[in-house]
Design a protein around this ligand. Structure first.
Ligand SMILES: Cc1cc2nc3c(=O)[nH]c(=O)nc-3n(C[C@H](O)[C@H](O)[C@H](O)COP(=O)(O)O)c2cc1C
Length: 199
C-alpha cells in the first residue's frame, strides 16, 4: 500500500512517500538492498563523527535468528512486526571513543542514521517502522549487549503489504489519516511558543 503524506507544501517525494506500515508483504529483502540501507545509515552526520550507532540484524531467511529478535519486542509490536522480513535493533554507544566522556548526542545520532536508512529504504520501495517498544533488558541478555551501550529502538523493514490482512484494530490504524502539528506550533521566532512570522 502507498500512504503518502498530505503535506501543506511540496516536500521531496521521498519524504512524502515515507511512512511506517504495520502490514508487510511476504517478500524477502535481498542482501544487496539490506546492505545499501546500512551504507545510507553509515553516512549520517554525527557529533564529532563518533558514529555511535550499532545495529543487530535478523532476517526471515534465518527463522531462529528472526524469532530471537522478535522475542525482544513488546507484545503490541510483536503481533505485527513478526511478519516483517527484517528486524533490527538500534543501539547507541553512550561514551565518546576519544575520551570516555558521556556522549549525550548518541540518541540524536542514531535517529539521524535511521532517518537516512528510512529514506534509502523508501527509494528502494521498502518501508521502515521504528519501535520504542522493546524489552530492553531482554535484548541486553539475548545479545550480550555490554554496559555503556543503550538499546534504543527496534526497526521493522520490508515491502509494504496489504492492510486488509491485518487484525481489524491494526488495519484501522493503518488506514487512519496521517496527521501532523501545524508549523506554527513548532517553529518559533522571538520567543518560545510564539510562531515565527514568515515574511
Ligand atoms: C523513536 C520512535 C519510536 C516509535 N515506536 C513505535 C512503537 O513502539 N510502535 C509502533 O507501532 N510505532 C512506533 N513508532 C512509529 C510512530 O508511531 C510513527 O512514526 C508516527 O505515528 C508517524 O507515522 P509515520 O511514520 O507513518 O509518518 C515509533 C517511531 C519512532 C520514530
Amino acid at each position: 500500500m502507498e500512504n503518502p503524506a498530505n503535506t501543506d507544501l511540496p516536500i521531496h517525494e521521498l519524504l512524502r512517500r515515507r511512512y511506517s506500515p504495520r502490514a508487510f508483504a511476504p517478500r524477502a529483502v535481498d542482501e544487496g538492498a539490506l546492505t545499501l540501507l546500512f551504507e545510507a545509515a553509515r553516512w549520517a552526520a554525527s557529533c564529532m563523527n563518533e558514529q555511535p550507532w550499532r545495529f543487530i540484524v535478523a532476517t526471515q531467511e534465518e527463522p531462529e535468528a528472526h524469532a530471537r529478535l522478535a522475542s525482544c519486542l513488546v507484545e503490541g509490536n510483536r503481533r505485527w512486526a513478526s511478519a516483517a522480513p527484517v528486524l533490527v535493533l538500534g543501539l547507541g554507544v553512550e561514551t565518546f571513543a576519544r575520551n570516555g566522556k558521556a556522549n549525550p548526542h548518541t540518541w540524536h545520532d542514531l535517529g539521524l542514521a535511521l532517518g537516512n536508512l528510512s529514506l534509502q529504504a523508501t527509494a528502494l520501495g521498502l518501508a521502515v517502522h521504528m519501535m520504542a517498544g522493546v524489552e530492553r533488558e531482554r535484548a541486553r541478555e539475548v545479545y550480550a549487549i555490554p554496559e555503556g551501550v543503550s538499546v534504543i529502538t527496534a526497526i521493522a523493514i520490508g515491502y509494504p503489504g496489504d492492510p486488509a490482512l491485518l487484525p481489524e484494530d491494526l488495519e484501522a490504524r493503518e488506514r487512519a489519516p496521517r496527521v501532523r502539528r501545524p508549523l506554527d506550533e513548532v517553529v518559533f521566532g522571538e520567543r518560545f511558543g510564539e510562531p515565527r512570522s514568515r515574511r
